[in-house]
Design a protein around this ligand. Structure first.
Ligand code: PTJ
Length: 244
């Protein structure tokens, strides 16, 4: 996240949350994040409230399984969009280096200028190679520009991390036979339901966690993990209602 917060003191109880908002607003001003990205973030914030704005045990398990799948993969790729580039530009580059993955810019609201700005932001944070600028391939079954991808990256990947995804691409990637990992605070989203591993955590916590965690090396059932996440949320709401 950017550190250009001028008026908000670190002691502010919502400092981290405000900092994230600021990074996204700056992302829009810099032409990195789409306007729709601000709406997407608001939805994420709401779900973050429901888990208490911390990494819960089901998310930790999913993060460890994701690390395992990525390090065991032949051609793992992290897909970067405008929200990811605004919130965790440095961390996503570091994660790619730590887990030895490729980085590819893949956008729903694709404008060539935005792709090159995101590429530039990743390079400014140490990325050596960023795919997706001149995509040669299309993900079959998708009508929109999110289908455009690079041959060396997403098209031939075996494991893809698609954080803050919008749904049908995850499904299309699965149909191509890829293992799909997502980071999505909404456990009910289409992406969350269709992914092989769904990390229900804020990306600003999930990415640093994945650089620290050891691989799980254990069975993992995504539906079971999502059920537990929803139960956690409802239990938490019940407990909070009793405190009022
Ligand atoms: O940059 P582009 O053009 O590729 O567009 C990116 C967005 C995010 C706008 C696009 O992919 C989109 O519209 O996504 P959705 O359908 O709004 O889905 C985004 C999901 O990410 C939602 O389920 C949110 O709850 C979730 N989300 C938002 N912020 C975070 C998050 N999950 C984890 N961490 C967050 N900070």
């Amino acid at each position: 996240m950017t550190d250009n917060m001028t008026d908000i003191p670190k002691s502010h109880p919502r400092y981290l949350s405000l900092k994230m908002r600021e990074s996204l607003v700056k992302g829009v001003e810099d032409g990195i994040t789409s306007m729709a990205g601000l709406i997407a973030h608001g939805r994420g914030e709401m779900f973050d409230y429901l888990i208490g704005e911390e990494t819960i045990s089901t998310a930790e398990r999913a993060e460890k399984k994701a690390v395992e799948e990525i390090i065991e993969a032949k051609n793992p790729v992290i897909s970067v969009n405008g929200n990811v580039a605004a919130l965790v530009p440095k961390e996503i580059v570091e994660l790619g280096k730590t887990l030895d993955t490729k980085l590819e810019v893949n956008l729903f609201h694709r404008i060539p200028e935005r792709v090159s700005k995101i590429k530039g932001a990743l390079e400014n944070n140490g990325a050596e190679e960023v795919f997706g600028l001149e995509p040669e391939e299309k993900i079959p079954g998708l009508d929109h520009k999110r289908a455009l991808c690079s041959h060396e990256g997403i098209y031939t990947s075996d494991v893809v991390l698609v954080p803050l995804e919008d749904g049908d691409r995850a499904e299309a990637l699965k149909k191509m036979g890829k293992k799909v990992i997502t980071i999505d605070l909404n456990p009910l989203s289409r992406t969350s339901r269709v992914a092989d591993i769904t990390i229900v955590d804020n990306i600003v916590r999930a990415v640093p966690n994945m650089m620290e965690f050891e691989p799980l090396y254990d069975d993992f059932d995504n539906d079971e993990n999502l059920k537990k996440t929803l139960l956690f949320m409802s239990e938490r709401l019940k407990n909070l209602s009793e405190e009022i």
